[in-house]
Design a protein around this ligand. Structure first.
Ligand code: ATP
Ligand code: MG
Length: 563
């Protein structure tokens, strides 16, 4: 992992949004004693994705901007789906994004005893009861949006009987799924969440933190608000699907008479050409459509990191998309633009050839090597210069030569001159082909010794400049080209698997990169001139370099060629 996660997040751009307005209002009217305390509450049942990044930037960003605090809290109430591996990856991802929960790392499971006591309080006050209906029966009694539900036959149990049964539920006297503890609210409520929701179920499953201590586990709605209250969260920010749960959230804290955080809902992030459901992401991994959670095609934070995204670019994206109450799908091109903005400013330029063809400069002296001066980053003078070796035999891109050039093709073709970046003007004087296949195997050129870049006589202009590497100095590399994971803009339907883009990964072997990359380390990022932004993959080793294409440059040539 790179160290950039340790840099403090960039200065906030104080973009207005409705959540900031609520918070500022609450501060003005002193509702929270001047405090702003948020939390990010992931369930450790998968790796975090770019949607979670939006929530992380929002919650930690608000805490930062209003001099408040933000907790990291694992919502670990469903042991059958949760795992320590996920806990570890989530911590790593939040840190990498540049945020710090300091000493405030919590687990809902820290509160299991307290939650149990709270439940006993509700039973004592006649506000909760043990119900013997099974899951199907509970559903049948629930009614629909247009019809009220029916009371459970167990709704009228006495407080004593409920206390006894709940105690025995905890002690493990009843089989899984046989009984629940339910809040006694209103089976006729127009809000289905208030129709005596289940608070606890019997479930024998070893928990990654509490082991086998519990065989009853709290439901999300019961655990979440009370955890917020225990941590004295002022603003509990969640996604829109919880809007209908807010009356229940409020009911629990009111009935218990405990600290009352304010729940605020915002629209979740959807992104084109990918899926964001954890269930689907898990299927992609388990069914081997990708190499793992951190496959660079995945919208997970670990996938984006491996692909070469920077934390800065993701924070910039979160800032640009803003926060609202209406559902929308963001074009993935916006994410890529944020990335380019950052990489353009910060990545070192190097020359690499992905589809090499040999080029021999006939009039260049055999055995001569010149160390040419190359700019590391035109956007950042402090990045300095490096030396690039030049010699008689080079590689250029196959694409940079056309025997029969179309109009407006300003690269190399027979009889035409181009400039080699940082070097000389050359002219193509011959083409060597494979006798059998007709494929071009070598380009014969001459150079004009008076045109060296930077020299006083270099004023002569030609239309095209192409990149190159010196054949005897270049290093071999594998380059992995990534494209969108799905062929369809919105692969949300049942047939989503059929929409997986089979060409989202193309592996190129035998690419040629300049020798300055010999010691490039995993996560180092570069702009391969004229080709795009690339980063060193975790699989890379000295002598066996592997690069991922993070994102292409804006490609004007592709557009011209299409027309
Ligand atoms: P599930 O609950 O189905 O496992 P989830 O995506 O809601 O999936 P959580 O771990 O519960 O996962 O999410 C943690 C936090 O991230 C929640 O507050 C949730 O609202 C928020 N979140 C999840 N997905 C998105 C998204 N696409 N955009 C913005 N916030 C999101
Ligand atoms: Mg959730």
């Amino acid at each position: 992992m790179s160290t950039e996660g340790n840099k403090p997040p960039a200065e906030p751009v104080l973009r207005r949004n409705f959540i900031r307005e609520i918070i500022e209002d609450d501060l003005k009217t002193n509702k929270t004693d001047g405090r702003v305390h948020t939390r990010f509450p992931p369930e450790p049942n998968g790796y975090l994705h770019i949607g979670h990044a939006k929530s992380i930037c929002l919650n930690f960003g608000l805490a930062r901007d209003y001099k408040g605090l933000c907790n990291l809290r694992f919502d670990d109430t469903n042991p059958s789906k949760e795992d320590q591996e996920y806990v570890d990856s989530i911590e790593q991802d939040v840190r990498w994004l540049g945020f710090d929960w300091e000493t405030r790392l919590f687990y809902a499971s820290d509160y299991f005893d307290q939650l149990y006591d709270y439940a006993v309080q509700l039973i004592r006050r006649g506000k909760a009861y043990v119900c013997d209906l099974n899951a199907d029966q509970v559903r049948e009694h629930r009614g629909t949006l247009t019809e009220p539900g029916k009371d459970s036959p167990y709704r009228g149990r006495s407080v004593e009987e409920n206390l006894d049964l709940f105690d025995r539920m905890r002690k493990g006297e009843f089989p899984d799924g046989s009984r629940t503890l339910r809040a006694k609210i209103d089976m006729a409520s127009p809000n289905l969440n208030l129709r005596d929701p289940v608070m606890y179920r019997v479930l024998r499953s070893t928990h990654h933190r509490t082991g086998d201590k519990w065989c009853i586990y709290p439901m999300y709605d019961w655990a979440h608000g009370q955890s917020d209250s225990i941590e004295r969260i002022t603003h509990s920010i969640c996604t829109l699907e919880f809007e209908d749960h807010r009356p229940l959230y409020d009911w629990f804290v009111e009935e218990l008479g405990i600290y009352h955080p304010r729940q605020i809902e915002f629209a979740r992030l959807n992104l084109t050409y990918t899926v964001m459901s954890k269930r689907k992401l898990l299927q992609l991994v388990q069914e081997n459509h990708v190499s793992g959670w951190d496959d660079p095609r995945m919208p997970t934070i670990s996938g984006l990191r491996r692909r070469g995204f920077t934390p800065e670019s993701i924070r910039l994206f979160a800032d640009r998309i803003g926060v609202s109450k209406s559902e929308s799908t963001v074009d993935v091109a916006l994410l890529e633009d944020c990335l380019r903005d950052d990489l353009n400013k910060n990545s070192l330029r190097v020359m690499s050839v992905l589809h090499p063809v040999k080029l021999v400069i006939e009039n260049y002296p055999d055995g001569q090597v010149e160390e040419l001066d190359a700019v590391n980053n035109p956007e950042d003078a402090s990045a300095g210069h490096r030396k690039v070796p030049f010699s008689k035999v080079l590689y250029i891109e196959q694409d940079d030569f056309r025997e029969d050039p179309p109009k407006k093709y300003f690269r190399l073709s027979p009889g035409v001159e181009v400039r080699l970046r940082y070097a000389y003007i050359i002219k193509c004087v011959g083409v060597v082909k494979d006798e059998k296949t007709g494929a071009i195997v070598e380009l014969r050129c001459t150079y004009d010794a008076d045109t060296k870049s930077g020299s006083p006589q270099s004023a002569r202009k030609v239309k095209g400049t192409i990149h190159w590497v010196s054949a005897s100095h270049a290093l071999d590399a594998e380059v992995r080209l990534y494209d969108r994971l799905f062929k369809a803009e919105n692969p949300g339907g049942d047939n989503w698997r059929e929409l997986i883009n089979p060409n989202a990964l193309e592996i190129l072997k035998g690419c040629k990169v300049e020798p300055s990359l010999a010691n490039a380390e995993a996560q180092n990022r570069y702009q391969f001139e004229r080709l795009g932004y690339f980063c060193v993959d975790a699989d890379s080793k000295p002598g066996n370099l592997v690069f991922n294409r993070t994102v292409t440059l804006r490609d004007t040539w592709a557009k011209i060629e299409k027309q």
